[in-house]
Structures are given as structure tokens and as C-alpha cells.
Design a protein around this ligand. Sequence first.
Ligand SMILES: Cc1cc2nc3c(=O)[nH]c(=O)nc-3n(C[C@H](O)[C@H](O)[C@H](O)COP(=O)(O)OP(=O)(O)OC[C@H]3O[C@@H](n4cnc5c(N)ncnc54)[C@H](O)[C@@H]3O)c2cc1C
Length: 428
Amino acid sequence: MGIKVSDAVVIGGGPVGGMAAAELAKNGWDVVLLEEHPRIGHPNHCSGLMASVGIKRLGFPIPADAVRVPKIARAKFYSPKGVTFTVDRRQEAMKVYDRARLDQAVVEWAEYHGARVLTQHKAFKAYRRHREVYIEGKYSKNGIKTSFSFKTRLVISAEGSKVKIAPQLGLPRLNYHHEYPGLQYEIEQVKDVETDTVELFFGEKWAPGFFGWSIPTSEESLLVGIAKKPEYPLSTKYLLDRFIKKHPALKKRLKGSKIYLQRGGLVPGHGPIKKTYMDNIMVAGDSAGQTKATTGGGFNIGGYCGKLAGQVGAFGLKINDVSEKFLSLYEKQWKSLFGRELIMMAIARRMLRELPDHVIDRAFEAAKSAGVEIEMQKANDVDLHGSALIKMAFKPDLLWWGVTSLNHLTKNVLKNINFFLYATKYLF
Ligand SMILES: Cc1cc2nc3c(=O)[nH]c(=O)nc-3n(C[C@H](O)[C@H](O)[C@H](O)COP(=O)(O)OP(=O)(O)OC[C@H]3O[C@@H](n4cnc5c(N)ncnc54)[C@H](O)[C@@H]3O)c2cc1C
């Protein structure tokens, strides 16, 4: 097995790895992108719901055929006992994308700039030697596996939630207690689809610790899914089947419909890990917890962090400094843009995950009377809603809800005390 040499190696051909590789290649570096699967974008786990402002910020060309639903302007929230509130933004806030096509577009963007994309290449092992990193793995084709090895000065880990390589180089692991198993069906022949509205359903019975969702994909099809806290004993499949058959707001619309696709994965609810750089390496995207823990969305913010990692890496290579000290610039940059928001969302997720239904019902009522519907309509960037959520929690109705739910909230804080102490570093 000969050792190949490359200026940089990006592990993971998702949106985050694609963005990182594009930036490195744009700056003239020889960059290799390793993806374990044969086709970029597959298997696809994601719902494809992305905020328009956030995706534009990434700056790669979005192909017209990647858009499935061009305008999502309304989100309807259902409490466990059916109290609803609707955030109606009138103007377009989000779109539903064909996520596989989007991933391909990002990786094609990286290739266009000169990145070498190697599919069916799975990295297994990484180690440092003499200020360089060695990545070893297996290339598989037609059932035959061949070993490969790269020597490089810089690694960007964008391995997604099942991250294995970054911890081998000393970076923290994700705590899977805060990643939420999720499953969704694409369902056709659905009645009364509102093509500009997504729905979120809360309640222990439907989606314990997280929520269920319904996202339009056409005038007569929906993506319907749930995610649950990992320790909950019932399977995601059992919960999802019960959800689509029995939820009062869905069952009529889904009567006589047909499930034609199933996909699932770990919905990221972790929040940022403690350190995202070391000598020769940066980690970005789901692997780094750079996702909206409230909703599980990770394409836009993760993608932008991948871009920042690529830019910092490119500069580090140029000045021949990929030391921990220099690469800390990457963490400074992503934290200054998203750190506070991401940590607020992670706080909200940890507070919500253990609340009993009656407390969530009362939160909905309090949010309605506090005017949260109106408040949320004003947000410019729906990706960055962490601070707005925490600010709203100080409205009198919600404060009163907090006081009357103090026993539950305190329990959650105590259960996550280390996390809350860590979170304070982002806030002050
Ligand atoms: C059910 C579900 C619904 C979701 N819906 C949305 C949504 O609507 N909107 C949104 O913004 N986000 C959504 N997300 C989250 C979103 O999918 C992730 O945040 C996003 O994919 C993160 O991108 P990434 O590049 O970090 O990781 P990934 O997209 O997971 O990409 C990582 C890539 O690395 C590859 N890889 C991993 N290890 C190796 C290795 N050792 N060697 C080679 N290749 C490797 C993997 O095969 C994969 O292709 C959803 C997630 C789930 C599970």
C-alpha cells in the first residue's frame, strides 16, 4: 500500500465536507474529499427543509431541480392536547429541497474548484507523526476492499453524527444521549396538503423528548416523521406508525394515502462540542454539534462552519502554520457568528426534552398570550432563533409559566448541570 500525499484531506462528502473542500480547492490547495458511500447524497436521511437566507449565505450555485417546494411561509405548532399556534411569515422563509441533489451540488462545487472526490473511500484510522497526519482506510469496489493511506498537513473532519476519526486525533466525542433517533415516511395521495405550511407536533405519546413533523413535498404528498429521545423504550417505527394512524390533526388527511419511501437517522440535538480544533485538524458540522438543537437542522449553519474551516485551513497552509494555536482562529470565527445562538438552542432542547405534556400544554398557552406568534414573524433569519427564544422566555406570561413549572425546570438544569456550566462561557 503506497502512501499518497495531499495538502489537505476532508473526511465526509456531506454538505459540510463539500463546503470545506471547495474553500481549500478555491485557494489552490490539493485537497482530497473522502466519502464512504458510492453516491454523494445517498443514503439521504434529511427532510430537506432549509431557511432561504441561510442557504444563500453558503454561496454555492443551487440547481433549480434541487427545489421541491419553493415557498414555505408558515409553521403550525400543535401542543400535546392540541393547542395550536401559527407563525405566518407571509414572505418566503424556507424551501423544501431535494437534499441528495443539494449535497451533490455542493460536492460538484468543490470538484469544480479542483477538489478530488473519492467515493467508496472509508477512513478508519488517523494518527499524527512529525507534524503530519496519516489517514488510513479502505476503498471498496464490487465487494473487493483495497487499503489506502494519505499523508497530509491538514484534516477537516465532516463525518456527520457518527464521527470516528476526529476523536482519534484528540477531539471530543459527541454524547449520543443528545442525538435523537428519527424516522420519516414520504407519503403520497394525501388530502388537503397546504403546500406552504410545515407542522410540528409535540407530546410524549407521539415524539417523546423531541417532536413530530409534517412537511409538504408536493400538492399531494408529505414527509411525516418523528424523533425521540434515545433512551425511550418504544421504537421510532412503532411511534411513527402510531403517529400517522392516530394523531387527530393528521389521521383524516392521511386516510387512503400511500407510504412510498422511508428514511431515518440521528437528528442532531447536541449543541456545540467543547473543542473543534487541534494541531492539524478542525471538525465541523454534525460532528462538531454545529446544528440547531431545537429543530435538528444542520445544513446551513454546519455548511457555513465547513466553509470557515476551509478558509482558515487554506490560510494556515499558506503561512505553513496548521498548529492548534493558529487553527483556534476557526473556533473564534464560528463562535462569533453562531456560538451564542447554538448554545441557546441547545439550552432550549435540554429544557424541553424532559417536560411532561401538561407543562408543554401550559407553555403553548402562555406563549400564545405572550404574543410569541407575532414576535416570531419578525425574525429575519429563521436559522438564528436561539436568542429570540430565550428573550421571549422573559415575557411576563412565560415567566409565570416558568415560575409555576420551576420544579420540572430545576430538575432539568440539575440533570444537565455540567452542560449548563459550560454554556455560561458562551453567554458572558
Ligand atoms: C431525519 C432527519 C431529518 C433532518 N432534517 C433536516 C432538515 O430538514 N434541515 C436541515 O437543515 N437539517 C436536517 N437534518 C440534519 C442534517 O441532515 C445534518 O445536520 C447535515 O446532514 C449535517 O451535514 P454534515 O456534512 O455534517 O454530515 P452528513 O450529512 O451526515 O455527512 C457526513 C458524510 O460523511 C461520510 N462519512 C462519515 N464517516 C466517514 C468516514 N470515516 N470515511 C468516509 N466518509 C465518511 C458519511 O457517509 C456522510 O456522507 C435532518 C437529520 C435527520 C436525521
